[in-house]
Design a protein around this ligand. Structure first.
Ligand code: ADP
Length: 386
């Protein structure tokens, strides 16, 4: 029987990243790529693992549907038959209070996930739209969701509660934490390559456009800097990170911002971009002589160090600090600035471990649903053969 595929998809507001894996126990990576700047000057880059890659001419990709169409056409062009894509696994940012494991995306599950989009307005709608698109494009595909909140699902109330009246927590007003797929991957890499550390106290710094920290003890997430939404904690590319709630009320009450304007300010115009007035891209800021660019980078490094110390309190110490994601993996000078602020802390190791959320998603789906997917692929195959 020919190879069947698992399509892992990570849809952002203007990008779609994908990886195609083989459906067998070693879950081989077969192809990967990204569409960037959907709706603008779209760019597509992709490659197959085993043979020379053929490109398709790129026309402007106006919507996520155009982007997914282009990816599927590229796959077909490179001899990955669409009917052999038996399952899709989506990175979904918010699983709310319901989901702590990967889920089959039936109608009821999707309805719940849509109902909490306001908790992740920058991500959730784009994550979910790809589910509908693939349902239309790939016959009989089984679709699953893996949640960024899931890795943090067992946090103690000390770490999940805001200091609000307790009934608010019963309404789901809680700190959930995000970037869980990245942290889950790093935890698995620690177990493989640093087994002694994996049993200890580790703070992971996922520093990308979105940025957060996770305090890990014996491989389990104990605390994270992100809260009910992905706005809390560290300053980010365009997001504020933690901010005095009184400042928000002041801006709305005295400066006339409505809710939509506030959302745009906090999610899209703040962080490195807001502080520098130049860019959300830390590489650009590190290379700039502009005083505000320098301030933005210093601010980011300083706040990150402060929160690393806070995470160490949550787990009673820190044996190691692990950097990951775009800034964590590549921006050496930013890592050095952060480490400098932490020189007062007792000895700890520091490591850089590349994140791989898409492989972690594939591993999870294999662990939970391999039987269902292969069973369904075989029965469809039999029907087709008759
Ligand atoms: P996202 O959250 O969008 O997945 P990434 O993890 O790709 O973000 O991280 C994007 C950030 O990483 C940007 O600020 C970018 O400048 C930074 N970055 C990527 N490569 C480098 C590099 N070589 N040097 C410095 N910063 C880098």
């Amino acid at each position: 029987m020919n190879q069947k595929y698992l399509f892992v998809i990570n849809s952002g507001s203007s990008s779609v990243k994908f990886r195609l894996f083989g459906l067998s126990s070693d879950i081989p990576l077969l192809a990967q790529g990204t569409v960037n700047e959907i709706g603008g000057e779209s760019r597509f880059s992709a490659k197959t693992i085993s043979r020379e890659t053929q490109e398709l001419p790129l026309c402007p990709l106006k919507t996520h549907e155009d982007a997914i169409d282009h990816i599927l056409a590229w796959l077909a062009h490179n001899d990955f038959a669409l009917e052999d894509i038996k399952a899709a696994a989506h990175r979904i940012v918010h699983g709310g209070s319901r989901f702590s494991t990967p889920e089959y995306l039936d109608e009821e599950t999707l309805e719940y996930l849509h109902s909490i989009t306001h908790l992740a307005p920058l991500h959730q709608p784009h994550n979910l739209i790809s589910v509908d698109i693939l349902e239309d494009k790939v016959p009989d595909i089984l679709q699953y969701g893996c949640f960024d909140t899931a890795f943090h699902a067992n946090h103690d109330p000390l770490f999940t509660h805001f200091a609000l009246p307790l009934e608010m927590a019963e309404e789901g007003v809680l700190r959930y934490g995000f970037h869980g797929l990245s942290y889950d991957w790093i935890a698995s890499q620690l177990e493989k390559d640093h087994p002694k550390l994996a049993k200890g106290k580790v703070v992971i710094a996922h520093l990308g456009n979105g940025a957060s920290l996770c305090a890990l003890k014996e491989g389990k997430s104990i605390d994270s800097t992100m809260g009910m939404t992905a706005l809390d904690g560290l300053p980010m590319g365009t997001r504020t990170g933690a901010i005095d709630a009184g400042a928000i009320m002041y801006i709305m009450d005295h400066m006339g911002y409505d809710l939509k304007q506030m959302e745009t300010l906090l999610y899209k115009e703040s962080g490195l971009k807001g502080l520098s007035g130049i860019s959300n891209d830390i590489k650009v800021l590190c290379e700039s002589d502009d005083e505000n660019a320098k301030f933005a980078v210093e601010y980011f490094a300083f706040k990150t160090a402060q929160y690393i110390a806070a995470m160490a309190v949550s787990i009673g110490g820190m044996d190691a600090l692990v950097f990951t994601a775009g800034i964590g993996e590549n921006a050496t000078s930013v890592r050095e600035m952060i480490l400098k602020h932490l020189e007062f802390m007792p000895n700890f190791e520091h490591h850089v471990i590349p994140t791989n959320e898409e492989r972690r998603i594939a591993e999870k789906i294999w662990e939970y649903y391999a039987k269902d997917i292969l069973g369904s692929a075989n029965s469809l195959h039999k029907v087709a053969a008759f």
